[in-house]
Design a protein around this ligand. Structure first.
Ligand SMILES: [Zn+2]
Length: 317
């Protein structure tokens, strides 16, 4: 076990006074026990730990390589398998092999249960609540083991993306979320704690038809509308882009399904019919209700606002 100052001094020396490198090593890779005590003094100790673990596995394999491998300077081996010292010599001073972060932190580390892979891709969630929740659980478990994960959610309804985001936040950092919201009346900054697991959810009814049949009130024509998926989010960013992309969400208009005809019709639609389409696409009554109402601590007036999901949503609050 080493004191923090002892580790800092030795590691600074190892990196020739580079404070950034020293901080990164100390906060991310240096072995610690369950109580957070430093168990390594410099990256050399880390390389020794990894070499030891590699050698333990290596010893389980006998090979018939006994000399240099043609055309590969580094594949030379002196014995039936690589020894700890040989492996160490490749890692030492980050000379020949610079492992990724997860291996440096996790290999030979018996104090934590972490993934040794920096990044994985999990199955695309299907368009159902249970599949989405399963994906959320997979991701949270990976994050917990300091693994990055990629998941393709472009097929999900935007409603379900919100549900997935909130669930992830809940399992990874707890259900309480603190945010600062400015009062509409007096502009006072209110510090509010939300419970992300207690937001109301309105599920799409069993008999919900999709695409959604709608009769436009002014031109009295029937259309079919499909709800926006995550892949469509860019079209929803502003009123202008929604307006020029509205045709993408219409699968049929008065019996026509040709997108060229649809886009021509949409261009000439009266404003009232456009509003009907936009309101139907929003379907704000379904999904997790992210509109929250709060009373200002200063002036006691009520503000209704969207739950602010900002970059610090995925940090401990
Ligand atoms: Zn106020």
């Amino acid at each position: 076990m080493f004191d923090e100052s002892e580790v800092r001094g030795a590691t600074l020396n190892y990196f020739n006074g580079d404070e950034l490198a020293t901080n990164v090593f100390m906060t991310k890779y240096c072995l610690r026990d369950k109580k957070g005590n430093f168990m390594e003094k410099t990256p050399a100790d880390m390389h020794r730990r990894m070499a030891k673990e590699f050698a333990r596995i290596e010893a389980q394999f006998e090979t018939d390589h006994t000399g240099p491998v043609a055309g590969n300077t580094y594949a030379h081996r002196a014995g039936p398998h690589l020894s700890e010292d040989e492996i160490y010599s490749f890692l030492k001073d980050f000379k020949y092999i610079v492992p990724q972060g997860s291996p440096m932190m996790g290999i030979g580390n018996n104090h934590v249960n972490v993934s040794l892979s920096n990044c994985v891709v999990v199955d695309n969630p299907q368009d159902s609540v249970s599949s989405i929740m399963d994906a959320g659980k997979d991701l949270a478990n990976l994050f917990k083991r300091r693994c990055g994960a990629g998941v393709d959610i472009s097929n999900l309804l935007t409603h379900d993306k919100i549900a997935l985001t909130l669930k992830l936040r809940e399992i990874s950092y707890g259900e309480e979320y603190k945010a600062v919201i400015t009062c509409d009346s007096c502009e006072f900054d209110n510090h509010i704690t939300f419970n992300v697991s207690k937001l109301d959810t309105v599920f799409f009814p069993e008999e919900f038809e999709h695409p959604i049949p709608v009769t436009l009130p002014t031109i009295k024509k029937d259309i079919l509308l499909k709800l926006p998926r995550v892949a469509d989010e860019d079209y929803l960013l502003s009123t202008e882009s929604l307006g020029s992309n509205l045709w993408r969400f219409i699968t049929e208009i008065d019996g026509h399904s040709d997108p060229i005809i649809i886009s021509k019709v949409v261009e000439k639609l009266p404003l009232k019919d456009i509003h009907t389409i936009i309101n139907t696409l929003g379907q704000a009554k379904y999904g997790i209700q992210t509109k929250v109402k709060f009373e200002c601590q200063k002036c006691a007036s009520f503000t209704i606002t969207e739950l602010p999901i900002t970059s610090d949503f995925f940090t401990v609050s």
